[in-house]
Design a protein around this ligand. Structure first.
Ligand code: SF4
Ligand code: SF4
Length: 409
């Protein structure tokens, strides 16, 4: 048995054995006899739609004394909530922006705004005040504060949704209207690499523990909203200034904009119980299957079904023959398809382009949910396992550099 302080000492001396969750699972799949002597820390990660993400932003909007108080603010057209501090007469504005708020530009919302700020882009602030309306271009580096709060993140085993009714439905869980008769499924969750899947009792996810959020170091505040013993999640806080724009962003859905967020945490391998919790595999993780209309689970698949598919899609632009068609580019939730139909690094492998293209330009092994009612092909993933693995790797390297401390307050 090792204590967290023993492991912290090894981290500081750069002698700790730190593995990513994927490296660890390879050993488990190969039935290697891993003991707490072999590994000190395992880093886990997840990336996907996390609706409970918001940012607290503060910046100098105009000269001091030019207005008494701001009444309304938009950033790149995304409405913000002024306050909670009034900032009377000092020309400064504090505001909260929700990651899921849409703007006057179709397909652009809070999640896109956060990624633009982190990428160093100027955004247009329009501020209504008691003395008139003022506009200003502002960057993250101009902001006196930019803190992200995740109120509900890294959910353990989320859900898959199907539409058992006979009619198509529009839902927040699909990019296109969801076809009836259970012939399509959408799902969220990174399965065996998710931090809480590997520590379901939150033994090592206590308040004050450090975590990477969108690539920047933040802290765990505790459990998030709607957390339960069976489905725990986390709330986190983090400064936005050191985030990576490729590990976050916006996602254009049928019912509006969603916010993409990534979280990585470190699990100390102190004893056999920690090792046992880390040994869970996709094959043993239930993926509840719910009716999209009432969100009630009535069956269960497993994450191994969901993630059996390819992480990314293939494209064959020469097959595009339909004239006056731009469906793939219009409907890609990440706006990741170029005019020549090649794909940018913004792609998160959501699979939408495969369903919308009439010419079969896009292809991938997509995964199938095995339910009691039959096999249901997956048409949309709202999580990206590749980016989940990437943030776990980032955290592994950070810990190996000696620049990390385990444990909460
Ligand atoms: S899988 Fe297709 S639709 Fe989805 S993000 Fe990538 S390019 Fe866009
Ligand atoms: S959806 Fe298919 S057919 Fe239409 S433009 Fe895109 S690649 Fe071409």
């Amino acid at each position: 048995m090792k204590s967290i302080e023993d492991i912290n000492r090894k981290i500081a001396e750069k002698t700790a054995a730190v593995w990513t969750v994927s490296e660890f699972k390879k050993h488990i799949r190969a039935s290697d006899a891993v003991t707490p002597e072999d590994v000190d820390v395992v880093t886990c990660g997840t990336f996907g739609v996390m609706s409970g993400t918001a940012a607290v932003l503060a910046f100098q909007a105009a000269d001091a004394g030019s207005f008494t108080h701001a009444t309304k603010l938009t950033l790149n057209g995304v409405p913000a909530h002024i306050g909670p501090c009034p900032n009377e007469n000092n020309g400064h504005v504090d505001a909260i922006v929700y990651g899921t708020t849409g703007s006057n530009r179709p397909g652009y919302g809070g999640g896109h705004l956060f990624a633009d700020l982190v990428a160093g882009n100027f955004v247009e602030a329009q501020i209504d005040t008691d003395t008139g309306t003022t506009t200003k271009s502002v960057r993250l580096s101009d902001m006196s504060a930019a803190k992200m709060i995740v109120t509900r993140g890294a959910f353990r085993n989320y859900m898959a949704f199907v539409n058992p009714s006979e009619k198509e439905v529009k839902t927040i869980f699909s990019v296109l209207p969801m076809k009836g008769n259970m012939i399509q499924a959408t799902f969220s969750g990174c399965g065996e690499i998710n931090p809480l899947e590997n520590d379901p009792t939150l033994r090592f996810h206590t308040p004050g523990t450090a975590a990477l959020v969108n690539g920047a170091r933040g802290i765990i505040l505790g459990s998030g909203t709607r957390a339960s013993a069976a489905k725990p999640n986390l709330s986190l806080a983090v400064d936005m200034h050191r985030m990576d724009p490729n590990l976050m962003g916006g996602f254009k859905m049928m019912a509006g904009c969603e916010c993409l967020t990534s979280v990585a945490t470190a699990i100390p391998v102190t004893d056999d119980a920690a090792l046992a919790a880390l040994s869970i595999l996709d094959e043993n993780i239930s993926l509840p299957v719910a009716n999209v209309m009432n969100r009630t689970a009535f069956d269960a698949a497993i994450y191994a079904d969901a993630w059996k598919g390819d992480r990314r899609i293939r494209t064959d632009p020469a097959k595009c023959k339909t004239s006056d068609c731009s469906r793939c580019r219009d409907l890609c939730p990440r706006e990741a398809i170029r005019p020549d139909l090649t794909i940018t690094k913004a792609c998160m492998g959501c699979l939408t382009c495969i369903s919308v293209c009439p010419d079969g330009v896009y292809s991938a092994k997509t995964g199938v949910l095995h339910t009691r009612a039959g096999d249901v092909p997956i048409v949309l993933r709202q999580s990206d396992r590749l980016r989940g693995e990437r943030i776990a790797l980032l955290l592994r390297d950070e810990i190996r550099s000696g620049n990390w401390r385990l444990g909460g307050i």
